[in-house]
Design a protein. Structure first.
Length: 98
């Protein structure tokens, strides 16, 4: 809990109790799990990063791009300049999906 507060403080002044309340709300929603065995407030993610990314990206694809993965990818590629290494990696991934 203290690590989360410290990280947030780097970006914007935030009270410890505010962060604690947000973590409690996140626990109620099943986003984090509190280790009740310890006296300190120790929280861990309830869902791993990859699963969260997949879920959110599917929502973005469905809501903003009408369910089209191609439109999503084209939009991302048009906004950012990819390095040759990234383009090679994207091609490799596309070949694996074919």
């Amino acid at each position: 809990m203290r690590a989360v507060h410290t990280e947030l403080e780097r970006h914007k002044p935030t009270g410890y109790t505010t962060v604690l309340k947000l973590m409690q709300i996140m626990a109620e929603k099943g986003l984090v799990v509190r280790d009740e065995a310890q006296k300190a407030h120790v929280y861990t993610a309830a869902v791993d990063q990859s699963e969260t990314q997949t879920t959110l990206l599917k929502q973005v694809r469905d809501v903003l791009f009408g369910g089209s993965s191609a439109q999503l990818v084209m939009h991302v590629l048009s906004d950012e300049r990819c390095t040759p290494e990234e383009i090679a990696e994207i091609r490799k991934l596309l070949e694996e999906k074919s």
